[in-house]
Ligand binder design. Structure first.
Ligand code: C5P
Length: 314
């Protein structure tokens, strides 16, 4: 019998993000282009023995920022497993273990990645076989970014960001990501945006045709020039030091630089792997980032990691 399943899930960045007005449900309508990049969390689900008195669904976390991840029922991976077991009509107790590679509270959807990982891992472990369309529905109930963590690649997001259409995108993109020494809570950034824009009439959010054309051509110069994020002024208002991070990237010839999602992570597009190395050295030397990493995109969404024995541990 399968007793353990591990799923690898990528982080996301937003190549563009337009945010509409605040809606009565506390969310905002978005138009965005998601892009999955090669920074990963791993979520392992293991069947536990109820006789030992384990909780129905428990979680442990390791890696950078692990101490900031809640271990109670508010953990998004735990919520994902609970919601899936409701859909599947109850299943064996599981222990979830998360290995963090995605920065915590960094604007790269790390919590959403863990939820997507838990969904896929528990679906396989419990042989629930709820099917892709249902899995995406459950994902959207958990959070706006969870469906994209399942899908991966490059995709247009609308609604809360949970309605997805895969984008026709060509080419590999080389990114340098600058991590800040602290995190930001997404709701705080949206709140700051609402404050900064209060009284303004806002246009309907939309993805510019020029961005879709640039992606279709696989044209990094144009994609770099078109990077944009409506949340950026709010993030910079909360963390003004990020202005300097953005300036250093621009000075060293990044094709474009932008705050990722609600931040505080800043991403820069490089011309090629060599340029990405130069940029990352310059950013590290400047001291304008707590940590700098080189990543590439697009990468696939959540996938089961084959074990030595086949699809999953037995
Ligand atoms: O969906 P998720 O839990 O990831 O969203 C976190 C917070 O981000 C929400 O509680 C809300 O404050 C904000 N948000 C929003 N509009 C969206 C997505 C997120 O206001 N479309």
């Amino acid at each position: 019998m399968t007793s353990s399943v591990t799923v690898r899930v990528p982080a996301k960045i937003n190549l563009m993000l337009q945010v509409g007005p605040l809606l009565p449900d506390g969310y905002h309508h978005l138009a965005t282009v998601f892009h999955a990049v090669s920074v990963f969390d791993e979520v392992t689900a293991t069947v536990t023995d109820p006789e030992v008195g384990d909780d129905d669904i428990s979680v442990t976390v390791e890696g950078p920022g692990a101490a900031d991840v809640p271990l109670d029922d508010s953990n998004l991976a735990v919520r994902a497993a609970v919601l899936l077991s409701d859909y599947a009509g109850g299943r064996e107790p599981v222990r979830l273990h998360i290995r963090k590679g995605i920065p915590v509270a960094g604007g790269m959807a790390g919590g959403s990645a863990d939820a997507a990982g838990a969904l896929l891992a528990c679906d396989a472990l419990w042989r629930a076989r709820v099917g892709r369309p249902r899995l995406f529905e459950v994902a959207a109930e958990l959070g706006a970014d969870v469906p994209f963590a399942l899908l991966g690649g490059t995709a247009v997001g609308s609604g809360r960001g949970d309605r997805l259409t895969p984008a026709l995108a060509r080419g590999d993109y080389h990114w340098v990501i600058a991590l800040a020494g602290r995190g930001l809570a997404t709701p705080d950034v949206y709140k700051e945006l609402d404050r900064l824009r209060s009284g303004r009439v806002l246009p309907q959010p939309r993805v510019p045709v020029s961005m879709m054309q640039a992606l279709r051509r696989g044209d990094p110069d144009s994609v770099g020039a078109l990077l944009s994020n409506d949340l950026q002024p709010a993030t910079l208002s909360l963390l003004p030091d990020l202005e300097r991070t953005l300036a250093v990237g621009t000075e060293y010839g990044a094709l474009g630089g932008v705050v990722s999602g609600s931040g505080p992570t800043v991403v820069f597009l490089a011309r090629d792997p060599e340029h990405a190395l130069d940029l990352s050295v310059a950013l590290t030397a400047s001291g304008a980032a707590a940590e700098v990493r080189r990543v590439r995109g697009p990468v696939p969404g959540a996938r089961i990691v084959p074990s030595a024995h086949g699809e999953a541990d037995s």
